[in-house]
Design a protein around this ligand. Structure first.
Ligand SMILES: *Cc1c(COP(=O)(O)O)cnc(C)c1O
Length: 377
């Protein structure tokens, strides 16, 4: 079955009790069991055994990523940290130099004190990854395309390198979604999603997911960690994310089409020094992106010739792009990353990140044109 069909049909059986076609929401935190704890339907208490909606969502995500099992969490960071917390004490993990800001903070502030060292490396370079692997390296975390510079790393090649040295590979697949890229098929061991983004798709729900190639000891450790520490997904959020997942293929196609129009327009403008979108032939990792992705996604960033001031002026003159963080919703967003990264920003001051939404591409381009014309005029 094609992935578009899976998105609609995975775990979508009509409700056994009522025949309801739309998945019923189940808010119960506890489920009847026999006097000696015999489970009737596999459920017991929601933190440990989940609930019917979450179970459907997990099997749908496992199907889309072609994994053996998936686990939902309260947020993308709850999912990522559950994986890192399941690494043995003394382990070393690698993260990309360009990566979601929360991962850098997780490594430095949360993992170091519990005895897991996290260092960053340019994962777009196989030589750099090879040099950075140590005998203690247990995990290589890849984020591709990366936030906010849209760097693309070669998942299959990194998996080969890491596996040869005894390390696992996990991929943050938030920007691409399984529609555009399937890391487990390319050889990765774990996939992470911030379901807050394209899965939910409407900027109104937070959740996270891990999909595992195998239901092995690591997967069991992560599930146990979730059970004990409780970073579980609320049933209503599971229901919203499952609802969003059904239409994700159709939405993604439009996000990609619109991002191409926006990227090509911005690349034609003299005020813009550089457009970071892996679909442009001039992108440093375009060849790798073309080989491992079906399309290039709805996220892009630009670096403005006029630096911070030009970036802020453009952000302030846009009318259809709302100044807000996050991504993957129907509405277009723009963000000056350095401004939200605190005292020591990692992103260049000249950089603006765009989440291209589902408006008509002509209107988006027209909005950018009026804002940039203002700049030159
Ligand atoms: C948003 C995001 C996260 C964190 O997810 P939350 O759901 O906000 O916890 C991680 N990685 C990427 C690439 C993201 O965009």
């Amino acid at each position: 079955m094609k992935i578009e069909t899976l998105a609609v049909h995975a775990a979508s059986e009509p409700d056994a009790a009522s025949g309801a076609v739309a998945t019923p929401i189940s808010l119960s935190t506890t489920f009847r069991h026999g006097p000696a704890g015999e489970r009737e339907h596999g459920f017991e208490y929601i933190r440990g055994t989940g609930n019917p909606v979450e179970q459907r969502l997990e099997s749908a995500i496992a199907a889309l990523e072609q994994g053996e099992v998936a686990a939902m969490f309260a947020s993308g960071m709850a999912a990522a940290s559950a994986l890192f917390m399941s690494l043995p004490r003394g382990a070393h993990a690698l993260i990309p130099r360009d990566v979601y800001m929360g991962m850098r903070i997780l490594g430095a502030e949360i993992m170091a004190p519990v005895g897991v060292t996290v260092s960053s490396v340019d994962t777009t370079s196989l030589d750099r990854v090879r040099e950075a692997l140590t005998p203690a390296t247990k995990l290589v975390w890849v984020e591709t395309p990366s936030n906010p510079k849209l760097e693309v790393s070669d998942i299959a090649a990194i998996a080969q390198l890491a596996h040869a040295r005894g390390a696992l590979v996990a991929v943050d697949n938030t920007f691409a979604t399984p529609l555009l890229q399937q890391p487990l098929v390319l050889g990765a061991d774990v996939v992470m999603h911030s379901a807050t983004k394209y899965f939910g798709g409407h900027s109104d729900v937070m959740g996270g997911a891990l999909a595992f190639a195998r239901r092995d000891e690591l997967a069991e450790r992560v599930l146990h960690y979730r059970h004990v520490t409780g970073g579980v997904l609320a049933p209503f959020n599971a229901w919203l994310i499952l609802r969003g997942l059904r239409s994700m293929p159709a939405r993604l196609a439009w996000h990609c089409r619109n991002a191409r129009a926006v990227a090509e327009f911005l690349a034609s403008r003299p005020e813009v020094e550089r457009v970071n979108w892996p679909g442009l032939p001039g992108h440093a990792n375009h060849a790798v992106a073309k080989a491992q992705m079906r399309d290039f996604g709805g996220m892009l960033s630009v670096e403005m010739r006029g630096g911070r001031e030009a970036a802020l002026r453009l952000a302030s003159r846009l009318k259809l792009f709302t100044n807000a963080t996050s991504l993957g919703g129907v509405e277009s967003l723009v963000e000056h990353r350095a401004s939200v990264e605190g005292e020591h920003p990692h992103s260049p001051q000249s950089l603006l990140r765009f989440s291209v939404g589902l408006e008509h591409p002509d209107d988006l381009v027209e909005d950018l044109r009026q804002a940039l014309d203002h700049e030159s005029g």
